[in-house]
Write a protein that binds this ligand. Structure first.
Ligand code: GN1
Ligand code: MG
Length: 318
């Protein structure tokens, strides 16, 4: 199954017609697999053992004989599997305002459900994952290191990143400072499974970054991934527009299921731009570093991804 930039994913059907999703995990990105596994077990229990219903679910993980969720092979690779969610497909984009409302509500329900997760907080699986200032520093380091000699060719994108980051530094800090629960942290629209005919949201996937964070980050990811109907790596970025009714519906759908505090509500306007710029800086840094983090199919792909994010942020702030 294509789509994800980090793990490798296969759809598997056994001879007795049972469906599974099998993943080889990327341990360069997820270095603390024990933290991932610990979190995932608790999240899986919360959604599959809890007697109350959350209105949204996650795929059920297969357990090993020792109740583990991962299996490491002799070659050092690590794998896990979930049951296939019946009748589901992953959306490639948001089709319109009604669709947007329902997809955002699903992530709102997910974040709401995590509020009642029993016990201690989830562990941080990737430290500083949404630390905006750190992402600014990583981009600066990548530019100075100039490992692939690409720095000169992306001067324009670097100044766009600088200007946008300056403008968003304070709201980004405010979003992080008000984080109070665990959230998904990678709530892009393609991390949902929907019913193949009705389009209804069925399950949230890609749970490795589910850890403490801000629900505004989830809303921001939804906005930056759903605002346009063009792909994340679109090449003709000058013609990329955002769909205001879709954005309104994303906000309303999320809020229908998740109660923001007043402080958070005042920051909603910044969620989309902050997450667009954060992702843009990460894509651009990876382009400068030689595409070592996000999987690419072609040499300029991370640069195109970065340009799309900066364009989206500019449009969202206009
Ligand atoms: C990655 O794994 P995937 O493709 O769902 C990334 C997210 C980015 C996203 C951009 C662990 O998500 O943070 O927002 O790409 N995940 C990780 O599309 O870095
Ligand atoms: Mg994914």
């Amino acid at each position: 199954m294509g789509g994800g930039h980090i793990h490798h994913t296969w759809s598997v059907t056994t001879d007795d017609a049972r469906g599974y999703v099998l993943q080889e995990l990327n341990e360069r990105v997820f270095r603390d697999l024990a933290a991932c596994e610990d979190n995932l077990r608790r999240i899986d229990d919360h959604f599959h053992l809890a007697d109350h219903r959350h209105g949204i679910t996650i795929p059920k993980h297969l357990r090993t004989e020792t109740n583990g969720l991962h299996v490491s092979l002799h070659d050092g690779s690590t794998w896990r599997a979930t049951h296939h969610v019946d009748h589901s497909v992953a959306p490639s984009k948001v089709n319109g305002a009604d669709d947007a409302w329902a997809l955002a509500r699903a992530f709102g329900l997910f974040a709401s459900a995590l509020r009642s997760l029993p016990g201690r907080s989830l562990r941080a699986t990737i430290p500083q994952f949404h630390d905006f200032t750190w992402r600014v520093e990583q981009l600066r380091d990548a530019r100075l290191a100039n490992r692939t000699g690409r720095t000169n060719s992306v001067r324009r994108e670097l100044s766009a990143a600088d200007a946008l980051a300056d403008r968003l530094l304070r709201p980004a800090r405010a979003i992080a400072d008000n984080a109070a629960h665990s959230v998904h942290n990678d709530a892009k629209v393609t991390n949902l499974l929907c019913h193949h005919t009705s389009g209804a949201a069925l399950a949230v996937v890609d749970l490795d970054t589910t850890m403490p964070g801000s629900a505004l980050v989830d809303l921001g990811e939804l906005i930056r991934s759903g605002a346009s109907d063009r792909p994340e790596d679109a090449r003709d970025v000058g013609t990329l527009d955002i769909r205001r009714p879709v954005i309104v519906a994303l906000i309303e759908g999320f809020r229908h299921a998740y109660d923001f505090t007043d402080v958070e509500a005042a920051l909603i306007h910044y969620a989309g731009p902050v997450l667009a710029v954060e992702n843009g800086m990460r894509f651009l840094a990876d382009h400068l570093n030689g595409d070592v983090y996000f999987r690419v199919d072609r040499p300029q792909q991370n640069l195109d991804r970065a340009r799309v994010q900066f364009r989206l942020a500019t449009e969202l702030l206009a």
